[in-house]
Design a protein around this ligand. Structure first.
Ligand code: S3P
Length: 426
């Protein structure tokens, strides 16, 4: 579907966005691991989280209620039932990778499949450490889905230094480690999102240059109630739109403020963004609060390499803020973007070219200069939700608007995007 957007004059009002996608996946998984009833409040409405729910339904878990309050009946330690069919992770890397960690420790064979995009994404990054733990996993010849996970003759705890800063890899190993009495240790030198650690109450120590995270059966989750703060990655699109649109003032309620996720606020503030935070609270060790954004004059700044994992999902929309800011936008050290729902470096560069901007593409990043010079451009999402929303925001800022092809993929993270836009943009 091709979606058209006209230029808007201001963004005003208040938005309550659905729950954070990363925390929602984990709340569903941990509620399913626990033996008994858990409640999840303000769950993400995304297709990705629906993929997680569908996989666990096939493992014998029951779900009732709505996204506002989801009631989960989990199975308990090693009590999942053998799935009758392949487990379909859809477009969701978090579902496929975290689920592989959990299934590695079960006493039955299972298969994980995914859509075309997920089936191209690298899975050896998780099968390598899980195999070291004794898991028996078969991938395709190219190290991708489908994954076939066989019962092992027993897992053993390992000490694993993460070769890439990835919360999905870290979590896959830690979730397998939950099934062992001995402590599994994961060591990271560059911080990645820490929701698994927070929500499972894992021991985390700073040692030397890195952080050591410990998991064992002592951390196996019990039934509990979860409140999921609203998604900062979905909020980022509205924050950038409000910053770049005249006379805007937008309030985003209950947004996740976890320090391993809020780097986007830090970078935009350094660029001159008027962003303040009020009413800070905490739930399940996750901080959240209300974000107030006002129209601002932005200037590009240097983006340091060690902040990249923190802002990895927000780089598409950050680059748009950079394009409309003073000076040249440049980002490096983000090759990981090539392994997301699309090759995001390629997808971003291609769309900026369609806008008539000067683009330099590097193996690990890109650079933008010049002014948008094409009237009413037609962008392509490349089937990637964050690319679709980035160029929807771009279109809303252009004199004659713009269009985005294959826009329906926004439902992967935020099916209510257009409705939310209608509520605050005019
Ligand atoms: C996620 C981790 C990140 C992120 C993804 C969600 C998670 O991926 O890009 O959208 O929930 O753990 P990587 O672990 O591949 O960096």
């Amino acid at each position: 579907m091709r979606q058209s957007f006209n230029r808007i004059a201001e963004v005003k009002g208040e938005l309550n966005l659905p729950g954070d996608k990363s925390i929602s996946h984990r709340a569903v998984m941990f509620a399913c691991l626990a033996g008994g009833i858990s409640e999840i409040h303000n769950l993400s409405a995304s297709e990705d989280v629906k993929s997680t729910i569908n996989c666990f339904r096939q493992l014998g878990c029951s779900f009732s209620g709505t996204d506002k309050t989801l009631i989960v009946e989990g199975k308990g330690f090693k009590k999942f039932t053998r799935p009758q069919n392949e487990l379909d992770a859809g477009n969701s890397g978090t579902t496929a990778r975290l689920l592989t960690g959990i299934l590695s420790a079960q006493d039955f064979t299972s298969t994980i499949i995914g859509d075309e995009s997920l089936s191209k994404r690298p899975m050896e990054r998780i099968t390598e450490p899980l195999t070291k733990m004794g898991a028996v996993i078969e991938t395709s010849e190219t190290g991708t889905l489908p994954l076939r996970i066989f019962p092992s003759s027993g897992l053993n705890a390992i000490e694993y230094v993460l070769p890439v800063p990835s919360a999905q890899v870290k979590s896959a190993v830690l979730l397998a480690g939950l099934h062992l009495d001995e402590e599994t240790k994961v060591i990271e030198t560059v911080p990645s999102r820490n929701h698994t650690e927070n929500m499972l109450n894992l021991k985390v120590n700073r040692e030397g240059n890195g952080t050591v995270i410990y998991a064992s059966s002592a951390n196996y989750p019990l039934p509990q109630n979860y409140f999921v703060p609203s998604d900062i990655s979905s909020a980022a699109f509205f924050i950038v739109l409000a910053l770049l649109t005249g006379a805007s003032e937008l309030i985003l309620k209950n947004i996740l403020l976890n320090e391993t996720r809020s780097g986007i606020l830090e970078v935009l503030r350094k660029m001159g963004g008027k962003i303040s935070v009020e009413n800070i609270r905490e739930s399940n060790k996750e901080k959240y609060g209300d974000i107030i954004v006002k129209n601002s004059q932005l200037e590009n700044v240097k983006i340091p390499g060690n902040i990249i994992p923190n802002i990895i999902d927000e780089i598409p929309v950050l680059s748009l803020a950079g394009l409309f800011a003073g000076g040249k936008f440049e980002i490096r050290n983000c090759k990981e973007l090539r392994y997301k729902e699309s090759d995001r470096i390629k997808a971003l560069c291609e769309n900026y070219k369609r806008l008539g901007v000067d683009v330099a593409e590097f193996d690990d990043g890109f650079e933008l200069s010049g002014e948008p010079s094409v009237a009413k451009p037609v962008f392509d999402s490349f089937g990637d939700h964050r690319i679709a929303m980035t160029f929807a925001i771009a279109s809303l800022l252009l004199e004659e608007g713009g269009e985005v092809e294959n826009f329906e993929c926004v439902k992967i993270s935020n099916p209510g995007f257009l409705e939310q836009l209608k509520r605050v943009a005019r």
